[in-house]
Ligand binder design. Sequence first.
Ligand code: ZN
Length: 97
Amino acid sequence: MALLRNSNLNQYCDYCKQRYAHLSRGGELHQLARKPAYWKIVSEHPKRKGVIRFYCLKCAADIQNWPDGTFYSLKEQLQDALKDTAQREYLNVELPR
Ligand SMILES: [Zn+2]
């Protein structure tokens, strides 16, 4: 599993795409749905194809800041998710520059 900086400016945030999908018309993504992704998260599993998700900074912050005020970083979330499968997967985190 890897948390990487996205370098493709034409790759949009998956969350924003979902959030603003109802605004899109005729197969064209609405402007709000076309938010360049900042993070690229790759889940690797020996029995499944890698799942890749993209997030902009805003959505990554939404995921990390919980309603009760807790900060739960993407890195920690990934590490917790890996606890059961630590023998089979690895974590590689590239921090913001
Ligand atoms: Zn987003």
